[in-house]
Design a binder for this molecule. Structure first.
Ligand code: ADP
Ligand code: ZN
Length: 435
């Protein structure tokens, strides 16, 4: 089934004509309503009227996450606050947070695109959807929730955490579909098994998983453990939230991008050069329908490639492959986006620590773990005849990391000068996860 048959199966020429019309409009609009874009276009020597073909898109400057940070919190909004009906923010309360706003029409659009995703996964009004994405500032929970209501499934607004309760609801309410991160799906399966629940015998038949990288191996594990079809969904708060692209149950290979709303390019992350369709690189999106927070050529830092073969589902929308990496150092730990620089900012704010640290990320069972090793100062170290001093310090760091970044970490204080020093670019992260 296709939720919006007309727009999801447009012949390419019609789609491109629509894209061009919408692109011209959004470029005019941001130039006249967002100071940042007016300056950026002027600097790049390009005016809205210069956009005559879709290829002219590449004459426009990129927008980077740093531009959002520099205009924190609302500086890039293209409408007055009176037109905004919803705000979300991506993780990271210190410096790196990205704030996004929606008009009522944006919420309607998002709901429709999420409805398209759920229908692509084979859901109908008869399905019950267990939504274990976190509700709150994070876009996952509410994004999926509105999409489910839009297409008519019965949504259970579980949100994240409290696994035992989730397992009880999975048994008692008999949901047929599950939404969460892929690692949490495995975690649910694992905990269920421990409690003696036959997870394959639940009514679940399909899962929609995203917000963090995963692999075909994990897909097979999840499908096997839960007895379901597992599909990939992609999105990011800057562009909208979940629902930028979604796998269909017929294809199960690559996520259809809703190109009537988002223009996609693949670039070389080092040079910014636009690559040929199908070449692997950084995905760049331009929103052509968003009102409150339009983004021109937003660099996602996500590495993937476009899949050009037509899909058997009948959608004409291009697909993108799994995300295979990032062109920056962002980590996703239990679904939360974390930059090493954020951790560094917390550490350097604490007296008695040295700016030498190492981050070790692992996946134990199905849960991501983060260990922070950090050197203490000579002074603290020599005064620390009492173990208590060091223990208190560890506890303080754990609390601050939890409070500022929203993640749980293990902290290990180490002797001064014991961590590796770097001559070139420091590589402080060891990501040992094998997905
Ligand atoms: P979300 O709510 O989608 O997690 P965020 O803005 O917090 O939104 O995080 C977006 C980032 O999450 C993306 O840039 C990407 O790195 C990652 N992500 C989202 N979906 C997927 C997916 N299906 N596979 C891999 N990474 C994903
Ligand atoms: Zn398809």
């Amino acid at each position: 089934m296709i939720f919006n048959e007309e727009y999801e199966t447009l012949p390419r020429e019609a789609l491109e004509a629509l894209q061009l019309k919408r692109l011209k409009q959004v470029v005019q609009r941001v130039y006249h309503t967002v100071g940042f874009y007016r300056r950026a276009f002027d600097e790049a020597g390009v005016q809205p009227d210069d956009i005559r073909t879709l290829d002219d898109l590449r004459r426009l400057p990129f927008t980077a996450k740093q531009d959002l940070q520099a205009n924190y919190p609302f500086g890039l909004f293209a409408v007055p606050m009176s037109s905004i009906v919803r705000l979300h923010a991506s993780s990271g309360t210190t410096g790196r947070a990205t704030v996004v706003g929606y008009t009522q029409r944006d919420i309607d659009t998002w709901s429709e695109l999420m409805a398209r995703c759920l229908v692509a996964a084979g859901l109908t009004k008869n399905d019950i959807l267990h939504n274990a994405y976190a509700y709150g500032l994070f876009t996952g929970g509410l994004g999926i929730h509105y999409g489910a209501e839009r297409m008519g499934a019965s949504v259970i607004p579980m949100s994240g955490g409290n696994t035992k309760r989730q397992l009880m609801i999975l048994q008692d309410f008999g949901p047929t579909a599950l939404c969460c991160t892929p690692s949490y799906a495995l975690n649910l399966a694992e905990e269920g098994k421990v409690l003696g629940i036959d997870m394959r015998a639940l009514r679940l038949r399909v899962g929609i998983f995203g917000a963090e990288p995963w692999s075909e191996k994990m897909r097979a594990e999840i499908e096997n453990a839960l007895g379901i079809t597992a599909l990939n969904i992609y999105g990011l708060s800057e562009i909208m939230g979940p629902g930028v692209s979604m796998e269909c149950q017929e294809g199960r290979n690559g996520m259809h991008i809703f190109e009537d709303h988002f223009l996609v390019e693949t670039i070389n992350p080092d040079t910014g050069e636009v690559l040929l369709p199908g070449e692997k690189g950084e995905m760049v999106f331009t929103t052509i329908m968003k009102e409150a927070f339009p983004l021109i050529r937003f660099r996602t830092r996500d590495i993937s490639r476009l899949l050009l073969e037509p899909c058997r589902c009948g959608r004409t929308l291009l697909r993108m492959d799994r995300i295979t990496g990032r062109s920056d150092d962002m980590l996703i730990i239990r679904g939360v986006n974390v930059f090493p620089s954020q951790i560094e900012a917390v550490l350097t704010g604490i007296e008695g620590l040295e700016p030498h640290y190492q981050l070790i990320v692992e996946r134990t069972g199905n849960l991501d773990t983060l260990e922070i090793q950090v050197e203490v100062s000579e002074r603290l170290f020599s005064n620390a005849d009492e173990v208590k001093v060091l223990q208190n310090m560890e506890r303080r760091i754990v609390n601050d990391i939890k409070e500022f970044l929203g993640i749980s970490a293990r902290v290990k204080l180490v002797e001064p000068k014991s961590l590796r020093r770097f001559e070139g670019k420091a590589s402080r992260v060891q990501d040992r996860r094998q997905l």
